[in-house]
Design a protein around this ligand. Structure first.
Ligand SMILES: [Fe+2]
Length: 466
């Protein structure tokens, strides 16, 4: 006779139990819990993991080992360690998600787009071949040529040469013009698609295809809603599977509930995360915190996994400040002495100053948040991207998630200091295909608001010269 999970797990390892039961462990409702382990752990800890694990992942990114994770099935855990979702009704669940959204914490929705994948099975099946094509010289232009009929008559690829923003990673960029009806009646000529490697590492074949317009970086946060809408139209013609997000009957209303208004999906990116690849810690935010009253900022990013699997560390900037501090406090108490030595001691130590100053920095909340919001987390880069120690520490604090095909992760984002930090790994050997769409308010910004952006300033300058 089979026993109930709580009986089966009646002699759980105390460390396993304390990690999962910790009051401050982050718990995204209905997201599968993740816990870290290493082969040298106590056998009782490993056997406790085995009682509830449904899969395990060895994490490695660009030659750096980040440890081992086990994904747990809550129904196999005793009730006090499970997520406790059984008694949760829809209203309570949604309220918890709304709270997470406003706290800039990640929201994982397992299986939310799975029912719609069958509709795009042919498109999704062809994306491995598209990745291969994009990795070759001229591959992007050939892809656009093959899809001329899908673009016509609203869009046309332009022959003019496009310079590459990042000569090491960018593969190809092609400009397009739009005659779409929402283009205010005259062509928009500065739309572009770009194929790029995610890194320069020899073992990382991860690649992305980005849809945008105007000046790269300066216009990424543009409030030009007309162009942002045209980008959405262009992406759906070339990658029709984007509608698993944009046409989702439950996801879109949920996002609009979080945001309190209709949402525009734009700045599409198709990702192929390959073995040993992924993204280092970063945020998707722009310096919009102090710009106007906040009602025109980017709202966040929606990422869906369509094939393969990715492993994520994701947490609000505020939570990352607290976790970095806890980790440094543990080093102060003598834990993991090799980490302290490698980060802070010796002429080649990446932190760049002594441990005492690091302690001061992480105990100054504003200074630490400032540092983490810098591109590449400034002086804290080596600490937050440190594997396996810091990665395992964050996983045990509840900030790890594993996405399979059909899963989504939502990354709220309202500015540099109200954003969700994230770090991505390819989980397994398969190159996974995914889509990432930014969300913005679906309304036109008044001229004085648009004037504060780079595009607005350029437009004003050109009017002066007319
Ligand atoms: Fe990102």
């Amino acid at each position: 006779m089979s026993r109930a999970p709580h009986e089966r797990n009646s002699r759980l390892d105390p460390l396993f139990e304390s990690i999962l039961a910790a009051e401050d462990r982050d718990r995204c409702p209905l997201a599968s819990p993740v816990i870290s382990f290493q082969d040298s752990d106590e056998s009782s800890y490993l056997s406790s993991i085995e009682t509830a694990a449904v899969s395990s992942i060895s994490l490695e990114r660009r030659g750096v080992y980040h440890g081992e994770w086990a994904v747990l099935e809550p129904s196999l855990l005793p009730r006090h360690l499970a997520r406790g979702d059984e008694a949760m009704d829809d209203a309570r669940y949604e309220a918890m998600l709304v709270d997470r959204w406003h706290a800039c914490r990640p929201i994982v929705l397992h299986g939310i787009v799975r029912p719609f994948l069958a509709e795009f099975v042919d498109e999704i099946a062809s994306r491995d071949a598209l990745r291969d094509e994009l990795s070759k010289p001229g591959g992007l232009r050939r892809f656009l040529f093959e899809h001329e009929a899908d673009l016509d008559p609203a869009f046309r690829a332009l022959a003019k040469r496009a310079s590459l923003f990042d000569r090491e990673r960018d593969i190809e960029r092609v400009f397009l013009e739009s005659f779409a009806p929402n283009g205010r009646g005259k062509p928009i000529e500065d739309l572009w698609l770009k194929s790029a490697w995610l890194s320069t590492h020899d073992d990382d074949a991860s690649l992305r295809l980005r849809f945008s317009f105007g000046s790269e970086r300066d216009d990424d946060a543009s409030r030009d809603v007309v162009r942002q809408r045209v980008i959405g139209d262009l992406a759906e013609r070339l990658l029709p599977e984007t509608s698993v997000i944009t046409g989702h009957p439950a996801l879109v209303p949920l996002l609009e509930k979080f945001c309190g208004e209709p949402v525009l999906f734009t700045q599409h990116i198709a990702y192929w995360n390959a073995k040993s690849g992924g993204a280092l810690f970063h945020h998707d935010a722009f310096a919009e915190d102090a710009l106007d009253d906040g009602s025109w900022r980017q709202l966040g990013v929606c990422y869906v996994q369509l094939t393969g699997s990715t492993a994520w560390l994701a947490l609000s900037l505020d939570d990352l400040v607290l976790r970095v501090r806890e980790f440094v406090d543990a080093l102060t108490e003598g834990e993991m002495p090799w980490v302290k030595a490698q980060l802070c001691e010796g002429p080649r130590a990446p932190i760049g100053f002594g441990f005492e100053r690091l302690v001061q920095l992480v105990h100054d909340t504003a200074a630490c948040a400032n540092e983490l919001a810098l591109p590449g987390q400034g002086i804290l880069f080596a600490l937050v991207n440190r594997g396996p120690e810091f990665t395992s520490f964050l996983a045990d604090a509840g900030h790890a998630f594993v996405l399979a095909a059909g899963d989504a992760i939502l990354l709220p984002n309202r500015g540099l200091f109200a954003t969700c930090m994230h770090s991505v790994f390819c989980a397994g050997d398969e190159t996974g295909y995914s889509l990432s769409l930014a969300m913005r308010p679906n309304r036109e910004a008044p001229e004085e608001i648009e004037a504060k952006t780079a595009r607005g300033r350029r437009a004003a300058r050109s009017r002066e010269h007319d």
